[in-house]
Structures are given as C-alpha cells and as structure tokens.
Design a protein around this ligand. Structure first.
Ligand code: SAM
Length: 345
C-alpha cells in the first residue's frame, strides 16, 4: 500500500530522511516510491491495519518535519485533465465507507501548477458526491487531500503531526535559556536520524540546555548529557525536570567521557561553533578530533552519531574509524550554514 508524507518545506532533504529513519526504527517493510517537492511516497508492505496503527501511533508521535500522512489513492501527472480522471475513477470503497461524510482539501506546493488549484476542491467534491457520499466541510469523517507538487498525489488523511507541540517547547518557554540552541523541530529530527528507540541509552556529549535530550527523553530513551560548564548543567537539570524526564547529567569533558566502551546506542549533538566562547579544548580542531574519538569509543557497534556543526566534522570522524553515511547542509543565515553529519560505528 502506498502512503504519502506531506513534508514541511524547512529543508530540501531532512524531512524525507527523517521519515525514512522513523520507518526503519519501527521496522516497517518499505520501499521509497516517489519523491517530489515536499512529498514522499513510500510503499509499505504488511497488514494494512497493523501498518496504519504504527503510522498513526509512534510514527506520528515521532515526526517533526512532516505535516500529514496520507493513504494514497493515486499519483498522476500535474495536469488538470489527469487529476480529474484520477479523482473521477478511483475505487472509493478502500477509502471511505458507506454513510461517511467527507471534505476535499487541495494543497499547492510552490509553483508546481499552472491552473487555479482552488477550483479543484469543489470539482473533486462533486465527483465523490456522485459516488453517494455527503460533503461536510466542518466535521468530516474522511479528509481527501490533493498535493499539487512535481506530481499530483491524491489520498485520504491518516494523521496529522502536532507541530505546535514543538513550538510550545521553544527554548524561550523552558525554565533555563541560553542562546545557541537548536529549535525543538530540528532537535527532534536529528534525534530521529540517530534511530534511537525507547529504553535505549542516548547521549548528547555537548548537551547545553538539553534541547536534544528533551526530545530523546520524550521518545522514551534513557538520556545522558555532558557539558563542560557547571551553570549550564544546572540549567539542563531544570529543563529536563520540567518535562518530568529521567536523566543522567555530568559536568565533564566530551573528549574524556566517563562511560565504558560500546555502551551507548545512539548520539546526537551540536558541539560549539567556531565563534562560541564556551569551548573547553586547546582549539576547535582538538575538540572535534578528541570528541569524535571518544564518541566512536562509547558507541555500540552499528550505532549512529549525528553531529550538527558549522565545521566539516566528517574527516575527524573518518580518522577514528566512523563511517560517514550522509551529510546534509542547512543554511541558517548569510554567515552560518549548518552541516548535519551522520556517522555509523
Ligand atoms: C552549541 S552548545 C549546545 C547547545 C545544546 N544543543 C542546547 O540544547 O542547548 C555547545 C555546548 O558545548 C559545551 N562544551 C564546550 N566544550 C566542551 C567540552 N570539551 N566537553 C563538553 N561540553 C563542552 C558548551 O558549554 C556548550 O554548552
């Protein structure tokens, strides 16, 4: 069965990478099918009820850079004729039951259509109405969604991601604030990219105010943080406690961590950037090379470490035997481009 993920436009690649990581975490049997601007379609094999239970439950809870998940009715060329043929001819019984009401919503991504997309909702609604279903614009049983991107993807809504929950956890809303924090959506996405599962040990060796640890803790991981500054560690405690999470925090040095070899399942972290004053190391080079060496040491074989930096971290990781799986670039502003480097031990 095909499922579509309506992705946020905050990055070209990260939202799709986050979806694929979450599907792997949940051990779903899937193949990527179609990728267009802000929409990823995936073919998931398995009993539909089981698959949808996982999509509606843990996957919806985990994702940060997706808006909606759809069960796909069809994918077609982005022309008015092709879309109308698809919407007129699909087999409705798979998507809407007798007696259920519906609404149609069309979403145009950037400038992918050259016809007035607002006319499509009533037109498609008319077709579905003629199949014997009543429209209900305020409280429908089924929402049909048409995504107009590089292709047109039609589906029914399975679930929506509660993106405002991430806004509510913005750094300014936490008890302890310190500048230079990743926003919770990015922190959650990189946590997902680390493929951490509930109950496993998750480490942030440069934990700062615990923005990443909070996202991992909400996912049920056993979170461990290290930071070199005592006041920051105290602040991180306040922030983690505010979310009633269990945690272990250490005032220490990411270059010499007090953990045994091969004990940590996953790591996600953003070490200090070049201009940061708060660096405990002889130089930034020393910090990156020694910290990545210790990250490699404490990670379990096969474990993932996600490092967010303004500096190229990949060479430091390779030198200590970590494999670079992926690097994503994210332009923050004119003078800052972040790199998200995914390493595997
Ligand atoms: C960019 S901040 C991390 C921000 C963090 N993600 C948050 O949510 O607040 C980097 C942190 O690394 C810490 N740091 C600097 N050198 C360190 C070292 N050698 N070992 C551990 N932490 C260090 C700094 O005190 C700072 O809090």
């Amino acid at each position: 069965m095909l499922y579509a993920f309506e992705l946020s436009g905050e990055h070209e690649e990260l939202p799709a990478a986050e979806v694929l990581a979450c599907l792997k975490i949940e051990e779903l049997d899937f193949q990527p099918h179609t990728k267009v601007d802000q929409c990823l379609v995936v073919d998931i094999v398995g009993k539909v009820e089981n698959v949808e239970k996982i999509l509606k439950g843990p996957i919806t809870e985990r994702l940060a850079m997706t808006h909606h998940i759809l069960k796909v009715i069809g994918i077609t060329e982005n022309t008015l004729d092709a879309i109308l043929i698809l919407t007129n001819s699909f087999e409705s019984s798979y998507f809407i039951k007798e007696g259920q009401s519906f609404v149609v919503r069309a979403k145009s991504i950037k400038h992918h259509v050259n016809f007035p997309s607002n006319l499509l909702e009533p037109k498609i609604g008319g077709f579905i109405n003629r199949k014997g279903f009543q429209a209900n614009l305020t409280n429908p049983d089924v929402e049909f969604r048409l995504i107009l991107s590089g292709k047109a993807v039609l589906g029914t809504l399975i679930s929506s991601i509660n993106r405002s929950a991430y806004e509510a956890r913005n750094p300014q809303n936490k008890p302890f604030f310190h500048p230079g924090v990743l926003v919770p959506r990015v922190a959650r996405a990189i946590t997902n990219l680390s493929k951490i599962k509930p109950g496993e040990f998750f480490l942030d060796p440069f934990c700062g105010t615990a923005g990443i640890l909070i996202e991992a803790g909400i996912l049920g991981a056993r979170v461990i943080g290290i930071d070199a500054q005592e006041n920051i560690v105290r602040g991180a405690c306040m922030n983690l406690s505010a979310f009633e999470l269990n945690y272990t925090l250490v005032k220490g040095d990411a270059r010499m961590m007090p953990f045994k070899d091969g004990t940590i399942s996953a790591i996600a972290t953003d070490p200090p950037y070049g201009r940061s004053a708060a660096i405990l190391a002889e130089s930034l080079e020393d910090l990156y090379s020694c910290a990545l060496e210790d990250i490699q040491r404490v990670l379990k074989p096969g474990g993932i470490a996600v490092v967010v930096s303004d500096k190229d971290a990949s060479e430091y990781g390779k030198q200590v035997g970590l494999e670079v799986l992926e690097i994503y670039f994210q332009r923050v502003h004119k003078s800052l481009t972040r790199r998200v480097t995914i390493f595997q031990k």
